[in-house]
Design a protein around this ligand. Sequence first.
Ligand SMILES: NC(=O)C1=CN([C@@H]2O[C@H](COP(=O)(O)OP(=O)(O)OC[C@H]3O[C@@H](n4cnc5c(N)ncnc54)[C@H](O)[C@@H]3O)[C@@H](O)[C@H]2O)C=CC1
Ligand SMILES: O=C(O)[C@@H]1CCC=N1
Length: 269
Amino acid sequence: MTTIAVLGAGKIGEALLSGLLHGGRSASDLLFTERHPERAAELTERYGIVGVEVAEAAKRADVLVVAVKPQDIEPVLDELAPLVGTDSLVVSLCAGLPTSLYERRLPAGVPVVRVMPNTPMVVNEAMSAVSPGTHARPEHVALVTEMLSSVGQVIEVPERQQDAVTALSGSGPAYFFFLVEAMIDAGILLGLPRAVAEKLIVQSAVGAAKMLAESDEHPVILREAVTSPAGTTINAIRELEKHGVRAALLAAIEAARDRSVELGKAHEG
Ligand SMILES: NC(=O)C1=CN([C@@H]2O[C@H](COP(=O)(O)OP(=O)(O)OC[C@H]3O[C@@H](n4cnc5c(N)ncnc54)[C@H](O)[C@@H]3O)[C@@H](O)[C@H]2O)C=CC1
Ligand SMILES: O=C(O)[C@@H]1CCC=N1
């Protein structure tokens, strides 16, 4: 079995490790590095996965998954450079960071695959987009795709689309959580008990997501089916349009894309 090491086991690193365990991988095929010892101990206790130094991770793992914040990448590249070679495979989950950064800082020919996943990995419902760097061959992309398929769905995109992907699906779960949070508040405003409002909205979200995933209909058709003539929904839609919710989403996602571009530029050599 392929050994996978996650370098930086924070929120997304943990989501990947837990998703891979859920997906049937054994704890002995997984490793992680973590700069905070108490965080490392917590993860070992929770999942039975061992925390190691970077040198050991590089020696034992077939795939090294970099999951530190983009701002923390420099020391990781310094540590990795003397430890990896052309038979390593480096996978970057970092928003904004191009494969060319790794290729410039690591020894010549090291294969790098850039991935933008999202946190629904913990329930095996991730959306991950993969882009091979210059030295990544089809077998490297296949290996990364196989790894990510056990925690959700995977598509391949040209690397130039990764900043947009980051803004859409990388950050996407946060927008849905934000919407749900606001809708629960609306329930409170209308006088419902919080637990009732939560149940109503979370199950409506699950049902709507399932319909979107399983039906061939466009979201507009699904929405029209809820919107009865002179009914209740159209009154709500009028308010959403009046408050510019569609324009707000376009602007918000554009701002997230711009930040991804900026994070990449911060490391231009
Ligand atoms: N949180 C999310 O939903 C997503 C995050 N990402 C990307 O994943 C990366 C990590 O994001 P989060 O997990 O949210 O951040 P986080 O801050 O929760 O996790 C980063 C972890 O890396 C550790 N770390 C930092 N430097 C280290 C080093 N030199 N050696 C070992 N451990 C080190 C930190 O202690 C921390 O636990 C980012 O680059 C982000 O762009 C990508 C997709 C989704
Ligand atoms: O907010 C962030 O920067 C990361 C990348 C995509 C989702 N979370």
